[in-house]
Design a protein around this ligand. Structure first.
Ligand code: FEO
Length: 164
Protein backbone atom coordinates (compact mmCIF):
# COMPACT_ATOMS: atom_id res chain seq x y z
CA UNK A 1 0.00 0.00 0.00
CA UNK A 2 1.20 3.48 -0.84
CA UNK A 3 1.36 5.69 2.22
CA UNK A 4 -1.09 8.60 2.32
CA UNK A 5 1.72 11.15 2.18
CA UNK A 6 3.33 9.50 -0.85
CA UNK A 7 -0.03 9.15 -2.58
CA UNK A 8 -0.64 12.88 -2.11
CA UNK A 9 2.83 13.81 -3.38
CA UNK A 10 2.49 11.59 -6.47
CA UNK A 11 -0.87 13.15 -7.27
CA UNK A 12 0.71 16.60 -6.95
CA UNK A 13 3.39 15.48 -9.40
CA UNK A 14 0.69 14.62 -11.97
CA UNK A 15 -0.45 18.23 -11.72
CA UNK A 16 3.13 19.52 -12.10
CA UNK A 17 3.71 17.43 -15.23
CA UNK A 18 0.45 18.59 -16.81
CA UNK A 19 1.28 22.19 -15.87
CA UNK A 20 4.61 21.69 -17.68
CA UNK A 21 2.68 20.44 -20.72
CA UNK A 22 0.47 23.53 -20.56
CA UNK A 23 3.46 25.85 -20.24
CA UNK A 24 5.27 24.33 -23.22
CA UNK A 25 2.09 24.28 -25.28
CA UNK A 26 1.66 28.01 -24.58
CA UNK A 27 5.27 28.54 -25.65
CA UNK A 28 4.62 26.50 -28.80
CA UNK A 29 1.70 28.75 -29.67
CA UNK A 30 3.91 31.80 -29.03
CA UNK A 31 6.53 30.54 -31.46
CA UNK A 32 3.92 29.63 -34.10
CA UNK A 33 2.75 33.21 -33.82
CA UNK A 34 6.33 34.43 -34.24
CA UNK A 35 6.76 32.32 -37.43
CA UNK A 36 9.36 30.11 -35.78
CA UNK A 37 7.83 26.77 -36.67
CA UNK A 38 10.89 24.74 -35.60
CA UNK A 39 10.88 26.25 -32.12
CA UNK A 40 7.12 25.66 -32.02
CA UNK A 41 7.51 22.00 -33.01
CA UNK A 42 10.18 21.45 -30.34
CA UNK A 43 7.86 22.92 -27.70
CA UNK A 44 4.86 20.91 -28.91
CA UNK A 45 6.82 17.65 -28.68
CA UNK A 46 8.04 18.74 -25.25
CA UNK A 47 4.43 19.33 -24.19
CA UNK A 48 3.51 15.84 -25.47
CA UNK A 49 6.35 14.35 -23.39
CA UNK A 50 5.13 16.12 -20.29
CA UNK A 51 1.68 14.63 -20.74
CA UNK A 52 3.32 11.21 -21.00
CA UNK A 53 5.18 11.94 -17.75
CA UNK A 54 1.91 12.86 -16.07
CA UNK A 55 0.32 9.66 -17.36
CA UNK A 56 3.19 7.56 -16.00
CA UNK A 57 2.37 8.81 -12.50
CA UNK A 58 -1.35 8.34 -13.18
CA UNK A 59 -0.85 4.71 -14.25
CA UNK A 60 1.53 4.03 -11.39
CA UNK A 61 -0.99 5.22 -8.79
CA UNK A 62 -3.66 2.97 -10.31
CA UNK A 63 -1.26 0.01 -10.44
CA UNK A 64 -0.61 0.45 -6.73
CA UNK A 65 -4.33 0.56 -6.00
CA UNK A 66 -4.14 4.21 -4.98
CA UNK A 67 -6.56 7.01 -5.72
CA UNK A 68 -5.94 9.36 -8.66
CA UNK A 69 -6.80 12.90 -7.68
CA UNK A 70 -6.79 15.30 -10.63
CA UNK A 71 -6.62 18.90 -9.48
CA UNK A 72 -7.05 22.16 -11.48
CA UNK A 73 -4.11 23.11 -13.67
CA UNK A 74 -2.94 26.71 -13.33
CA UNK A 75 -2.81 28.93 -16.41
CA UNK A 76 0.67 28.98 -17.92
CA UNK A 77 2.68 32.19 -17.68
CA UNK A 78 5.42 32.97 -20.19
CA UNK A 79 7.73 35.32 -18.34
CA UNK A 80 10.12 36.59 -21.00
CA UNK A 81 9.79 38.05 -24.44
CA UNK A 82 12.99 37.10 -26.26
CA UNK A 83 13.75 33.57 -27.45
CA UNK A 84 16.61 33.44 -24.95
CA UNK A 85 14.40 34.50 -22.04
CA UNK A 86 11.81 31.89 -22.96
CA UNK A 87 14.33 29.06 -23.11
CA UNK A 88 15.89 30.28 -19.87
CA UNK A 89 12.44 29.89 -18.34
CA UNK A 90 12.31 26.31 -19.67
CA UNK A 91 15.70 25.64 -18.10
CA UNK A 92 14.62 27.10 -14.75
CA UNK A 93 11.33 25.22 -14.88
CA UNK A 94 13.10 21.91 -15.50
CA UNK A 95 15.37 22.59 -12.50
CA UNK A 96 12.22 23.00 -10.37
CA UNK A 97 10.82 19.72 -11.73
CA UNK A 98 14.12 17.96 -10.97
CA UNK A 99 13.95 19.24 -7.37
CA UNK A 100 10.39 17.95 -7.14
CA UNK A 101 11.36 14.49 -8.43
CA UNK A 102 14.30 14.39 -6.02
CA UNK A 103 12.01 15.33 -3.14
CA UNK A 104 9.65 12.51 -4.16
CA UNK A 105 12.55 10.08 -4.14
CA UNK A 106 13.61 11.22 -0.68
CA UNK A 107 10.03 10.71 0.50
CA UNK A 108 9.94 7.21 -1.02
CA UNK A 109 13.17 6.43 0.86
CA UNK A 110 11.73 7.76 4.09
CA UNK A 111 8.55 5.71 3.61
CA UNK A 112 10.58 2.58 2.74
CA UNK A 113 8.57 2.32 -0.48
CA UNK A 114 10.86 0.33 -2.77
CA UNK A 115 8.60 0.11 -5.88
CA UNK A 116 8.21 3.91 -5.88
CA UNK A 117 11.97 4.33 -5.61
CA UNK A 118 12.42 2.10 -8.66
CA UNK A 119 9.67 3.88 -10.63
CA UNK A 120 11.27 7.26 -9.86
CA UNK A 121 14.66 6.18 -11.18
CA UNK A 122 13.30 6.59 -14.73
CA UNK A 123 12.38 10.19 -13.93
CA UNK A 124 15.74 10.93 -12.30
CA UNK A 125 17.48 9.82 -15.51
CA UNK A 126 14.95 11.69 -17.66
CA UNK A 127 15.55 14.95 -15.77
CA UNK A 128 19.27 14.82 -16.57
CA UNK A 129 18.30 14.79 -20.26
CA UNK A 130 15.60 17.43 -19.84
CA UNK A 131 18.00 19.83 -18.16
CA UNK A 132 20.74 19.16 -20.71
CA UNK A 133 18.42 19.76 -23.68
CA UNK A 134 17.29 23.11 -22.27
CA UNK A 135 20.85 24.14 -21.34
CA UNK A 136 22.12 23.35 -24.87
CA UNK A 137 19.49 25.56 -26.49
CA UNK A 138 20.07 28.37 -23.97
CA UNK A 139 23.80 28.24 -24.72
CA UNK A 140 23.15 28.48 -28.47
CA UNK A 141 20.68 31.34 -28.09
CA UNK A 142 23.14 33.11 -25.82
CA UNK A 143 25.71 32.89 -28.62
CA UNK A 144 23.46 34.06 -31.41
CA UNK A 145 21.19 36.44 -29.45
CA UNK A 146 18.54 37.66 -31.88
CA UNK A 147 20.59 37.66 -35.08
CA UNK A 148 17.99 36.76 -37.70
CA UNK A 149 19.93 34.33 -39.89
CA UNK A 150 21.33 32.39 -36.94
CA UNK A 151 17.89 32.19 -35.31
CA UNK A 152 16.49 30.77 -38.55
CA UNK A 153 19.23 28.11 -38.66
CA UNK A 154 18.49 27.11 -35.05
CA UNK A 155 14.77 27.13 -35.85
CA UNK A 156 15.42 24.67 -38.66
CA UNK A 157 17.55 22.47 -36.39
CA UNK A 158 14.93 22.36 -33.62
CA UNK A 159 12.32 21.50 -36.24
CA UNK A 160 14.14 18.20 -36.84
CA UNK A 161 13.15 17.03 -33.35
CA UNK A 162 11.16 13.85 -33.61
CA UNK A 163 12.47 12.94 -37.06
CA UNK A 164 15.81 11.46 -35.94
FE1 FEO B 1 8.40 16.07 -16.95
FE2 FEO B 1 10.24 18.19 -18.30
O1 FEO B 1 9.89 17.03 -16.91
Amino acid sequence: MLSTVLQKALNEQINKEFYSAYLYLAMSAHFEDANLSGFAKWMKLQADEEQEHGMKFYSYLLERGAKVDLTPIAGPVIEGKSNLEIFKQVQAHEAVVTASINALYELALKENDYPTQIMLQWFITEQVEEEKNAADIVAKLDMIQDKGTAVLILDQQLGYRGSD
